[in-house]
Design a protein around this ligand. Structure first.
Ligand code: IVH
Length: 703
């Protein structure tokens, strides 16, 4: 490589173009990840990225550390290097009620008798604390909190997070700027990651925070790159060449420099407005992509920080206000085992029904047998179940004092509870698995996965029907679905001729699903829907993908060595070869559908929410049509939503859309938009005008 560098001196034109491309890509990263208003399609982004990667490959001398092509690099580390902080990473004292917040303010009033200060209230992000050190604007070091004095150098891992700029977007960067913040796994990604882990037989993460923490501890940055982590920054450590007097000013500076900052914060002049902000936060936190377990109240005047000082690791100028999680006590009636698609056995808590945060909870995941043993959870125990935000309920505590002696420790059976086959645990894996590939429970999960919305989207194929199909031997694997006939279905319970016809129509329609959904439906380890979409852009058929070797796969942006190896192994297996042959014989489309890569970008940068039942097309198709035109589909309505498409019986999302002044489209209007009718501007035309009602409280900062 040294030789190549020496022999191929880059021409000036290549140098200029490379610099231009780096700046362009950094700008589009900022628009996409920080400002949430992309201007170009993923496809166009990829073209720019590829052009830069090509130039850098030809002229390695042109590579720079802030190049977007260098987010993931290097071999796995043997261990993390320690980092000592000049300014320790502090933690916060907690308050739990208004009186305690009042005490915090009263103490400030005593310490700053001259007054003249104000507060900033921010969400408390339930993530993992990190520090980034920028030197002359370049990301030089990224580290974890550790004990606050000494952390770990996790630069390679943090560089993979696309919302973290490798270079600050300011004209004259300070000599040193250490920013402090939180890395988190967005809620939507958490659900998808756990689904993929469950499908792969890997243990699920208990909550997004654990998932983020676990990801940052990986020694192979290429694996971290596959976890869609994000970050928010809300403070600073050491700085040199930068003076900001107010905290709100610091937040604005960070944001302008291209760093993600809290999506909402409130500037409050006094205690009453501070209490109002603390009350307002819970009603908007559902919009945040991260879990919030409280508010953080900070003094706005930074010049007072030093004078106020620190008590046992937490500053006197800030405090956390924690919201009580919804929790309830109930009896653990039993522990059952769920058999996953790949045979992994996940223990599930069977609970005496209990009301929690608006729903009745009867089951909660217990993750794995080791976890049950570690926490000494026994059948018959009185346990606490908790639900924070949207997170699935978890058993968080056991009341050992309430034991009678009749409680029974959980014992992992030595056979699969579904098929009686033997179970085993591979070295290094946490999950026990049923080894029987024909285990009916596995086959059922496999079929449900294959028919799922992100996969082949076979409507009307629910659990009850799948159970019957497998139990009666009509279906032994997903490809058998394509052999089903009305005659075969006639004998099934609770399935009239009309429903049978609908099922067959659904199965037939699934033969023409996009290639990305088919790739996802195969359930290859480490290949989620996002990666399947990347693959679809690079391969025009399943055969072409199956023929690709590891090197070819690893050369694609967003595909790491772990996924590449997993695909190579999957496609080499004789079972896969025969599965693909049978899919082909059944008439399932194995090619990229025409129009997939077309440049219809009319919805670029627009965010859609679908609500209610759509009559004209399945929801998954509506989502695909939006994405195909460059739009985004999100699950929750927020001020950033451009359109809400309302089908029959729309729910609270419609109310929220109307409240926020988001343009609401009927299904017909949406269909017209898809078929080329001009998209009504989200702030004019047929749809109600988008006027952003002023929901802010006095003193709150416009964002
Ligand atoms: S400020 C010196 N602001 O919560 C003050 N911390 O429980 C440093 N956290 O250690 C922290 N959101 O890791 C601050 N908006 C926010 C935060 C926040 C989450 C974390 C942080 C801190 C921990 C304390």
């Amino acid at each position: 490589m040294g030789e190549k560098t020496a022999s191929s001196k880059p021409p000036a034109a290549a140098q200029t173009r490379a610099a231009q491309l780096r700046e362009l890509l950094a700008r589009h990263d900022r628009l996409y990840y920080i400002e949430d208003r992309p201007e170009i399609s993923d496809y166009d982004y990829d073209q720019l990225y590829r052009e830069l990667a090509d130039i850098e490959q030809r002229y390695p001398a042109l590579q720079t550390s802030d190049s977007p092509t260098r987010r993931v690099g290097g071999a796995p580390l043997p261990a993390f290097r320690p980092v000592r902080y000049r300014r320790p990473m502090l933690s916060l004292a907690n308050t739990y009620n208004r009186d305690e917040l009042g005490d915090f303010c009263a103490r400030l009033a005593r310490l700053v008798p001259e007054g003249g200060y104000s507060f900033v209230v921010e969400p408390k992000i339930d993530g993992v604390a990190v520090s980034l050190r920028y030197e002359d604007g370049l990301l030089a070091l990224g580290s974890s909190r550790g004990n606050g004095e000494v952390g770990d150098d996790i630069t390679a891992n943090l560089r993979t997070i696309r919302s973290i700029p490798l270079r600050l977007a300011v004209a004259s960067p300070p000599a040193v700027l250490e920013v402090r913040g939180e890395v988190y796994l967005p809620r939507a990604e958490f659900a998808a990651l756990n689904r993929a882990r469950a499908a792969a037989g890997e243990p699920e993460f208990a909550n997004p925070r654990n998932a983020a923490a676990g990801s940052l501890k990986l020694l192979d940055a290429r694996e971290v790159a596959m976890r869609p982590l994000a970050a928010i920054f809300y403070g600073c450590g050491e700085t040199s060449g930068l003076e900001l007097l107010e905290h709100a000013q610091l937040l604005r500076y960070l944001r302008a420099a291209g760093l993600p900052t809290p999506p909402r914060y409130w500037e409050c002049p006094d205690l009453p407005s501070l209490l109002a902000a603390v009350d307002a936060l819970p009603s908007v936190r559902a919009e945040f992509p991260f879990e919030t377990d409280g508010a953080v109240i900070k003094l706005n005047q930074r010049q007072l920080y030093e004078r106020l000082g620190v008590t046992s690791k937490s500053p006197r100028w800030a405090v956390a206000y924690k919201y009580a999680p919804s929790r309830a006590a109930t009896r653990l009636r039993g522990i059952t085992l769920q058999v996953g698609r790949t045979g992994a056995l996940t223990p599930v808590a069977e609970l005496a029904p209990v009301a929690l945060a608006g729903s009745t909870i009867e089951r909660a995941t217990l993750h794995n047998a080791d976890e049950i043993a570690r926490r000494d959870i026994r059948v018959g125990d009185l346990v606490t179940v908790e639900k924070a935000g949207d997170v699935i309920p978890a058993v968080t505590a056991v009341d050992t004092a309430a034991r009678t002696g009749a409680e029974k420790p959980f014992v992992m059976p030595d056979h699969c509870p579904a098929c009686g086959g033997s179970i085993s645990r591979r070295p290094g894996e946490i999950a026990w698995r049923c080894e029987n590939l024909h285990c009916p429970a596995q086959v059922k999960r496999w079929i449900l996965y294959f028919a799922g919305r992100d996969a082949m989207d076979i409507e009307n194929l629910g659990e009850a029907l799948t159970d019957q199909l497998v139990d009666r031997g009509l279906v032994k694997d997903p490809v058998d679905l394509y052999q089903l006939t009305a005659q075969a279905l006639a004998g099934l319970d609770r399935l009239g001729p009309k429903s049978a016809d609908n099922l067959l129509a659904g199965i037939a329609a699934s033969k023409r699903r996009p290639l990305s959904n088919l790739i996802f439906a195969l359930g290859i380890r480490h290949v989620g829907l996002g990666m399947a979409r990347v693959l679809e852009r690079h391969f025009d058929s399943l055969d072409a993908l199956a023929r690709a070797d590891r090197g070819q796969l690893e050369g694609i942006r967003d595909i790491g060595p772990v996924a590449a190896a997993s695909m190579a192994e999957y496609f080499a297996a004789p079972r896969t070869v025969s599965l693909i042959r049978r899919l082909h014989e059944a008439g399932v489309n194995l090619r990229r559908l025409p129009g997939t890569l077309t440049a219809d970008r009319r919805f670029a940068g627009r965010a859609f929410v679908l609500t209610g039942a759509l009559a004209r097309m399945p929801r998954a198709q509506a989502e695909a049509e939006i994405r195909r035109r460059g739009g985004r589909v999100t699950s929750a309505v927020s001020a950033k939503t451009d359109y809400a498409v309302a089908g029959a019986d729309p729910g609270s999302k419609l109310q929220r859309a109307l409240k926020l002044g988001v343009a609401v489209l009927s299904e017909d209007e949406f269909a017209a938009m898809l078929s080329g009718g001009s998209a009504p501007a989200p702030d004019s035309g047929a749809a109600p005008a988008k006027e952003t009602p002023d929901l802010r409280r006095p003193g709150e900062l416009p964002l």
